[in-house]
Design a protein around this ligand. Structure first.
Ligand SMILES: [Zn+2]
Ligand SMILES: [Zn+2]
Length: 341
């Protein structure tokens, strides 16, 4: 079987390997497709801080079980599954309170350990989630990024809340759709690019506003009126997006930081203290968020028509990264087709 390896920056090598043999407590996955996300792009460019080469990338996976070990009872051949890529230690304090996503020894398959850019993979069932029979593999590939959206919203008091999401790219769109599916009151998504906002509108997101001219504060006031935003979720991760979230925050607003910030910035601490603004960090997802994501996709509560904007053959993996580099604004989600079912 073939697998792809990030060997060095801008270098993808293919290896011919044996199909992995499985232990009694494992299953064998046939990988149908993988999605490419921001962290894959950082890894390809050699800009990812926490990985080392060589590594098999791929952590957004659509797959089907083709073999089960003797002791595996809850999965069978033919089951379509989504893969949760977090490897957690199970004994640190965050693990002990169920916050596996911030495990002190967290590793992620496809980043710090081998992932799924491979025709087959052996895995323990604890990483897997059942998907309904016949669920489209494209939807299964989108489960992981949607779980990020679900996890993000759940960091806040989202029920019935006015939620403003900064950034209408892949994650911002899925955060806003998650907020609606989870029962937020009213949802606004903002961006500087009309094409992303038009797509957000087509996905059924209630309010989609370009803030390039008017700024976030005005957009929130125009949309939500006097109550403004109870929750602001920052998926843009720029100095400007954070400052605009602070400026637009109201007394007792919650600001959730979901985008990956790279540089430190100074904080307006008096505003946080006097107005009881809550600043909340967010990282990936926990198991229940994955289950919600599968449910929302399979029940059509989150709309993904047109979400996969480009597809590439496994042999053209590097072309996917070149395309993304050259057309950063034209890509929602690029997918690499690895196998068929
Ligand atoms: Zn990802
Ligand atoms: Zn842990």
């Amino acid at each position: 079987m073939k697998k792809a390896i990030f060997a060095a920056p801008f270098t993808i090598e293919y290896q011919d390997a044996e199909i992995p043999s499985i232990g009694d407590d494992e299953v064998l996955l046939k990988v149908i497709s993988i999605g490419i996300c921001g962290s894959d792009i950082q890894m390809y460019h050699g800009k990812h801080k926490y990985m080392t080469y060589p590594v098999v990338p791929g952590h957004e996976v659509g797959s089907v079980i083709v073999k089960v070990g003797a002791n595996v009872t809850d999965f069978k051949v033919g089951d379509r599954v989504s893969v949760e890529p977090q490897i957690t230690c199970g004994h640190c304090y965050p693990c002990s309170i169920g916050r596996f996503n911030v495990c002190e020894n967290l590793k992620v398959k496809g980043v710090h350990a081998d992932g799924f850019a491979s025709e087959y993979a052996a895995i323990q069932p604890c990483y897997l989630h059942h998907c309904p029979d016949g669920m489209d593999f494209d939807l299964i590939t989108l489960v992981e990024p949607l779980a990020v959206g679900v996890g993000s919203v759940k960091r806040s008091h989202y029920k019935g809340a006015n939620i403003a999401v900064i950034g209408a790219g892949t994650i911002g769109n899925l955060v806003a759709q998650s907020a609606q599916a989870l029962g937020a009151g009213s949802v606004l998504v903002t961006d500087f690019m009309d094409s992303k906002l038009e797509f957000a509108k087509a996905c059924g997101i209630e309010h989609c506003v370009n803030t390039k001219e008017i700024g976030l504060k005005r957009a929130i006031e125009d949309t939500f009126g006097e109550r403004k935003a109870d929750v602001i979720i920052d998926c843009a991760a720029t100095r400007g997006s954070f400052l605009s979230a602070m400026e637009a925050s109201r007394t007792s607003s919650e600001i959730v930081i979901t985008g990956n910030y790279k540089d430190p910035m100074e904080l307006e601490v008096p505003r946080i203290q006097r107005r009881e603004v809550s600043l909340i960090g967010h990282m990936m997802y926990v198991r229940e968020d994955f289950a919600d994501a599968i449910r929302f996709l399979s029940e059509g509560k989150v709309r993904t028509d047109g979400f996969i904007s480009q597809r590439f053959a496994f042999d053209d993996f590097d072309k996917a990264f070149q395309f993304i580099d050259e057309h950063p604004n034209d890509v929602m989600k690029a997918v690499v087709d690895i196998g068929s079912c």
